[in-house]
Ligand binder design. Sequence first.
Ligand code: NDP
Length: 287
Amino acid sequence: MREKKIKTKIINGKKTALKIEETLKKEVAAFTKKPKMAVILVGDNPAGLIYVSHKKKTAERIGIEAQIYHLSPVMTQDALIAFIQELNQNPSIHGIIVQLPLPAHINENSILNAINPEKDIDGLHPQNLGRLFIDQPRLIPCTPLACLTLLKSVCKNLTGKTAVVVGRSRLVGKPMAQLLLNEQCTVIQAHSKTKNLKKICAIADIIVSATGHAELIRKSYVKKGAVLIDVGIIRLADKKITGDIAFNEMIGHAKAVTPVPGGVGPMTVIMLMKNLISAYRTIEKIN
Ligand code: NDP
């Protein structure tokens, strides 16, 4: 028997991001002092250069100053920590981000831990992650926050929904699962050692996938009418960008799905700006 197709909503992250950008612009226009963020890039990773310049352009459109500190790839870990501590003390800086990955001789955790938690607009400091864990969030990691915002745009009530998060990184998977748990979902966290991912995904009302494996999530993994959020960004041999989810297979089967590109990516950058404004309010003591 032929499967009855359903109407699948393609969640437009670009459009949602532009809408939020307009709101943030108005918010910033009312500030007396210009919000400012420091963006640290160590070395010449080409992807890092692109991301950093994209963040700067977005910030400037909103009225936020973004100062890029492009540092030497041979900079020592101690020197980088000392540099971050200076920015922590600088009253004109409201947010600090360190573009990842860092060169191999620098320990990522030590660097993220050195950022003043009130200026940690990536939300990756242990204090901010800990606050999320006890459901008293302050600055929430941008990509999971982007996913949740998109999810809520198609799924008004998350209470009691079964959510599978594929991936358990500090950046995406772990905070994502915690956010969904705080939203009253029943959460399953899958990873590379998970047995029978297909069976686990098949019970989910919501799947958020963040593995970096092209089209890992196939139609046979997905319950009809599920909502799918694709975090993965994979550049194929032909230079095309794809995600973790087999997008075309989901049309007519899923309730909603984010495309790659144009889904979570543009929203992540805008969530960073939202966090910067929130950090600004804390630091400048504005409600
Ligand atoms: P990591 O490599 O840090 O983590 C990947 C996670 O996926 C790990 O937990 C790993 O499990 C799990 N995993 C890998 N293979 C499988 C598999 N076959 N089955 C189940 N789980 C698997 O990546 P990130 O979390 O930093 O990023 C994930 C993806 O999201 C990447 O493609 C990245 O480019 C993209 N990304 C996109 C962003 C956006 O704005 N759209 C922002 C950040 C990331 P284990 O822990 O066992 O190794």
